[in-house]
Design a protein around this ligand. Structure first.
Ligand code: ATP
Length: 359
């Protein structure tokens, strides 16, 4: 892999005037994304590789073998411009960005072939299926800055969960690109993050939603959205708390009708708990979200724009462990019993790296 990259870099240096859009290219197949690849025809072997071979475009190919393959790949990237195609959903993109080395700098040019479950980033780019994405890979070179958002974690330690088990300590700070959530949304993402549930694709979220509704969706906390000039409060408790720059989480689930990932702004979508008739109350709001984002006109729902001059501070306190699971682009974080999260826009930079996406 390193040898191939080295050759391309040399070629690039010798031929500064020759521009090859797909040079220095790595394809990463995140094989557990979506419903997984078990026994299925691989889009890399059947479509991407033959196309790139036909075009005589050299590339590296990385198949994930663990939950850390993408992080390990990202950590070893050295100075330069790297074009990386991720056959994956949003969490894999997040892992790549958050693992970039702080000692190195350069540009990351991302192309996402949407084979994840929700694929919010690809939906935001107007890419509805994997073939459309492959077409763009070979026909377009229009990379746009990918806006990121920094989450500062509570002071006491948090942990990354996988299938409900703590796999490693969470960093004190993380970037996200499509969602940071708590409450009902985060709980259903966490509960559906098992090998068994992943087989059901998008249905896994609905299945986890139904089981979550059997318990009270009541999360204690409060939120302040502030800048140097003003402060707004969105008081808790909450049943639902989602902070997102994205418009859709699924093709028909329009969480934030004003969302546009290229605008460097987020929206906070939240609503409070209800002691009686919880299921019809939450289901009605969710149905409205599936109905063109009509939930934002529901009187129970708060819909707040957060521009790049504002910081979001979520203070929470929650003894019950399964009520303090947070979702960061699909990854599940277990936070301490009380604390504060601070979130703000940070442009398209992670450490000293600039991040672009094929738009
Ligand atoms: N071989 C593997 N073993 C264990 N984990 C893996 C393996 N391959 C990929 N993963 C992990 O699986 C997760 C896949 O998440 P990804 O977001 O790409 O798909 P998704 O969750 O189906 O989609 P979305 O987040 O868009 O709903 C990532 O955390 C990735 O690191």
């Amino acid at each position: 892999m390193g040898g191939c990259q080295g050759r391309q870099r040399l070629q690039h240096q010798e031929n500064q005037d020759i521009y090859t859009p797909l040079e220095n290219l790595t394809i990463i197949d995140s094989v557990k994304s979506g419903t997984g690849r078990d026994g299925k025809a691989s889009i890399y072997h059947h479509i991407i590789k033959p196309t790139l071979d036909h075009l005589k475009v050299p590339h590296n190919y990385v198949v994930t073998t663990s939950g850390d393959t993408i992080g390990a790949f990202s950590r070893q990237l050295t100075q330069g411009t790297h074009k990386i195609v991720l056959i994956s959903g949003d969490t894999s993109v997040n892992e790549l960005i958050n693992s970039l080395s702080s000692d190195q700098h350069g540009q990351i040019r991302l192309v996402v072939i949407p084979l994840g479950t929700g694929n919010s980033l690809s939906l935001a780019l107007g890419i509805s299926n994997e073939l459309e994405a492959v077409k763009r890979l070979v026909t377009s070179n229009e990379f746009k800055p990918l806006n990121l958002y920094t989450i500062k974690f509570p002071e006491d330690p948090s942990y990354v969960l996988h299938e409900g088990t703590q796999v490693r300590p969470a960093p004190s700070e993380m970037k996200f690109l499509v969602v940071f959530s708590w409450g009902f949304h985060a709980s259903l993402v966490a509960d559906s993050d098992t090998a068994e549930m992943r087989k059901f694709g998008l249905e896994r979220f609905k299945m986890a939603a139904m089981s979550n509704l059997e318990a009270p969706q009541h999360y204690e906390g409060t939120t302040k959205i502030s800048s140097d000039k003003d402060t707004r409060e969105v008081a808790g408790p909450y049943a639902y708390w989602v902070l997102t720059p994205s418009r859709r989480f699924e093709p028909t689930f329009e969480i934030s009708p004003s969302g546009n990932i290229f605008n460097d702004e987020m929206y906070l979508v939240s609503f409070g708990p209800r002691d009686t008739d919880q299921t019809p109350y939450i289901m009605e709001i969710m149905t409205q979200a599936y109905n063109g984002g009509a939930h934002i006109h529901n009187g129970s729902v708060s819909y707040e724009q957060v521009d790049s001059t504002h910081q979001v501070r979520l203070k929470y306190h929650q003894d019950q462990e399964n009520r303090r699971r947070f979702c960061v682009d699909g990854a599940v974080i277990l936070a301490p019993p009380s604390g504060e999260f601070r979130v703000r826009a940070c442009g398209h930079k992670q450490q000293k790296w600039e991040i672009f996406v094929l738009g």
